[in-house]
Write a protein that binds this ligand. Structure first.
Ligand code: GUN
Ligand code: FE
Length: 460
């Protein structure tokens, strides 16, 4: 899994915060992170290491050393496991109705507009800039049913240097999709998905695999059996990832159960869509058997806590997923979630877990109000936003250790007009992490590297 290491070419000196182990924050002060020509981390040295001074001086003399200043921290880049690129124009609005109404009233009409490549280019350019600007180094994108616009999203991610998984949305069921927005047939949807995989894998600008294809059945209510079976078949013949929505809301979950007499997880498994490269968005209504099935398959859940507040009718059992050893990371679910930041998703994951633990109705006595032992810590949320996301995708990202890609962000707590303030004498490293998760905004993300390439630089 981990890439091979070569000779270091550039280096960064910084206070490094990452979370290779769930629930534990790792802190390395004045660490020297060296990176090779392919963008892979070669070494992370501590000032007490014998080679440290000499190496640091050499990189500095050659002009290849970036030194973060007091108040700046180096973190792994954020991983957004679930993001609907075409919904970017409706970010922050249209959240006043249930999922099934939202899809038909707002979302399908918006997504239908991506037949227009000019519109698609304008939106996707703005979206990718915002994701990078907010520190998302890897995004897992649903596009739309349109192959040309989906290819354009691939091109833009490659051009801007964003690591991404991109899927052409497949949705063909006339009973679940409007006439103005659906694939002509299962066969055309499967053929277009195969063409996208080929396009991404043979793209001349994508030799190092920065962008990867994803097989993307939208969700069970929008897909015929024929489509799901065909995409499952395609998955067995390709190395592409798979992404879909699973047991998201009362309505979506009960639709799947009434159509197939079993949970969405079981249905995806039966269609060959539950593999070690599958990302299941939401999955709020998964039961213990589903979690075991997901863990057995080595599949992953994209937990989208803020979107779930609007659409899920329940709070995802994050701690149960941890206990079942399910791969799990975070998703913004742009635009079911109203913001672009994975830090916000992490903060919401903590808050949602507290709501689950404590319950909601003051009339109910405290001992019966919530679900005991549901809370997660900020360190666990940070792990999901980084390491957990990397493990979910089976990519060497999310951790700042040798062999991993140098996908990293610098958080600057000293930018003008910041609300992210650190008092070094009273804030512990865990305090700093908690503040970063809760109060980082785009201007605090001063640098972003993806595969060793600096794709965002300080504006001051
Ligand atoms: N289920 C099917 N499509 C969607 C979507 O676009 N967003 C969310 N949150 N759920 C879905
Ligand atoms: Fe979604």
């Amino acid at each position: 899994m981990i890439g091979s290491t070569g000779t270091a070419l550039t280096a960064v000196v910084a206070s490094v915060l990452d979370a290779p182990t769930r629930g534990e924050l790792r802190v390395r002060h004045e660490a020297l992170v060296t990176v090779d020509q392919a963008g892979i981390i070669v070494s992370v040295l501590d000032p007490s290491d014998s080679e440290y001074e000499q190496l640091r001086d050499r990189f500095a003399r050659n002009g290849h050393l970036t030194e973060l200043e007091e108040g700046q921290f180096l973190l792994p880049g954020l991983i957004d496991l679930h993001n609907h690129a075409p919904q970017w124009p409706q970010l922050g609005k249209a959240l006043d109705v249930p999922l099934e109404v939202w899809l038909n009233r707002y979302t399908f009409p918006l997504e239908a507009k991506y037949a227009d490549l000019g519109f698609a280019g304008e939106v996707y350019e703005s979206l990718v800039d915002s994701m990078i600007g907010n520190g998302t180094t890897t995004a897992v994108y649903f596009a739309t049913t349109h192959l040309p616009a989906t290819k354009l999203l691939v091109d833009l991610c490659i051009e801007k240097g964003q690591r991404a998984l991109v899927g052409k949305v497949a949705m063909d069921d006339p009973d679940g999709c409007p006439d103005f927005y659906r694939d002509e047939s299962a066969a055309t949807a499967i053929a277009a998905t195969a063409e996208l995989i080929d396009y991404v894998e043979s793209h001349p600008g994508n030799r190092d695999g920065l962008v990867l294809p994803a097989i993307t059945p939208r969700f069970i209510p929008s897909c015929t059996d024929e489509l799901m079976a065909g995409l499952g078949e395609l998955a067995t013949h390709s190395s592409a990832h798979i992404q879909t929505h699973c047991s998201e809301s009362d309505w979506a979950h009960s639709y799947g159960v009434s159509r197939f007499g079993q949970t969405d997880t079981a249905t995806y498994r039966d269609f060959g869509l539950l593999t070690s490269k599958t990302v299941l968005a939401h999955s709020n209504f998964v039961n213990a058997q589903d979690l075991a099935m997901i863990a057995d398959a080595g599949a992953a859940v994209a937990h989208c806590p803020l979107s779930n507040v609007y659409f899920a009718n329940a709070v995802f059992p994050t701690r149960d997923a941890f206990a079942a050893d399910v791969h799990i990371g975070l998703g913004t679910d742009v635009s079911g979630g109203p913001g672009p930041s994975v830090f916000s998703a992490a903060a919401s994951a903590v808050a949602a877990s507290r709501v689950r633990e404590d319950g909601v109705d003051p009339i109910v006595t405290a001992d019966e109000r919530g679900v005991p032992d549901s809370r997660i810590s900020f360190a666990e949320a940070f792990w999901m936003a980084t390491t957990g996301g990397g493990e979910a995708l089976r990519l060497p990202i999310g951790v700042l250790s040798p062999g991993y890609s140098f996908d990293a962000i610098a958080i600057d707590t000293a930018v003008p007009e910041t609300d992210l303030n650190i008092w070094p004498d009273i804030d512990s490293s865990l305090d700093v992490l908690q503040k970063i998760i809760n109060n980082t905004v785009r201007r605090n993300v001063s640098r972003v590297w993806i595969q060793g390439v600096l794709v965002k630089s300080p504006s001051r």
